[in-house]
Design a protein around this ligand. Structure first.
Ligand code: ASP
Length: 246
């Protein structure tokens, strides 16, 4: 697992990668931000830091679910790395495994491997923005592979204008520095948040690869994606709540 967090106005950030026992990787990323002179800790050093900080640790078995073991098997059989695996509506899948009951929602196939990334962007009443992202990465990824989620500027970014968290195929997000790009077009092109999000999804991101959620210092909320769907929600302190998939 890997994660990162960024406090916009203070330009502080923390990130962690290569974790196998930390229950809540974002909490550890926050400790990196608050309690070390560094921005990013990984693998054995990050696990050791977790033990010293006393964050909640669990046996690695905790993360292994029957569903994910099944999806990993399918991914291996299909020799594919999956970030958004959908049950085909007809016939076979991957290496030929027959899928008996395609799951549909509103007539569209729903992802059975929901991307494991959880991202959050917030703004307070003073207009201070922050972002955090946490993930188990891609199904069937290579050992040692690091995605976008712990990379500040790619999967996560916050500044005095905006906070952004991304999900999808990490490699595409990394090569477009997607989260920072939203802030950059706001800063340099003077776009508002919805315009900035539309711009980066259209001009910076490879088709069908990813999405993002964002909030600006003025409280504008925006999301954008060029995948079939992206699980998302929005809540405000006066009780407004909204969720979306497609
Ligand atoms: N972005 C994550 C990664 O590439 C995966 C995801 O969003 O589900 O590691």
């Amino acid at each position: 697992m890997e994660a990162s967090i960024m406090d916009g106005p203070k330009r502080r950030c923390g990130a962690v990668s290569g974790l196998t026992t930390v229950k809540n990787p974002v909490s550890l990323a926050r400790h990196v931000m608050d309690k070390t002179p560094h921005s990013y800790l990984a693998f054995a050093g990050a696990e050791e830091f977790a033990r010293k900080q006393g964050v909640e640790l669990v046996d690695n078995e905790y993360f292994i679910t029957e569903e994910n073991v099944g999806m990993l098997k399918l991914a291996k059989e299909a020799n594919s790395i999956m970030f958004d695996y959908r049950i085909p509506t007809l016939g076979t899948c991957g290496g030929g495994a027959a899928m008996e009951s395609p799951i549909q929602m509103n007539g569209l196939p729903i992802s059975v491997y929901a991307p494991e990334t959880v991202g959050c962007v917030v703004v307070d009443k003073e207009g201070r923005c922050a972002a955090a992202t946490s993930t188990g990465g891609l199904m069937n990824k290579m050992t040692g592979r690091i995605g976008d989620s712990p990379l500040i500027g790619s999967g996560t970014y916050a500044c005095d204008l905006v906070a952004v968290s991304c999900t999808g195929e990490g490699e595409a997000i990394i090569r477009s520095t997607l989260a920072r790009e939203v802030a950059a077009v706001m800063e340099y092109k003077g776009l508002n948040l919805p315009e900035a999000v539309d711009y980066v999804i259209k001009y910076r991101l490879d088709e069908g690869k990813a999405g993002l959620i964002a909030v600006s210092k003025n409280g504008e909320v925006a999301c954008g994606f060029n995948t079939t769907g992206m699980f998302r929600g929005c809540a405000t302190e006066d009780g407004f709540m909204e969720v979306g998939v497609w």
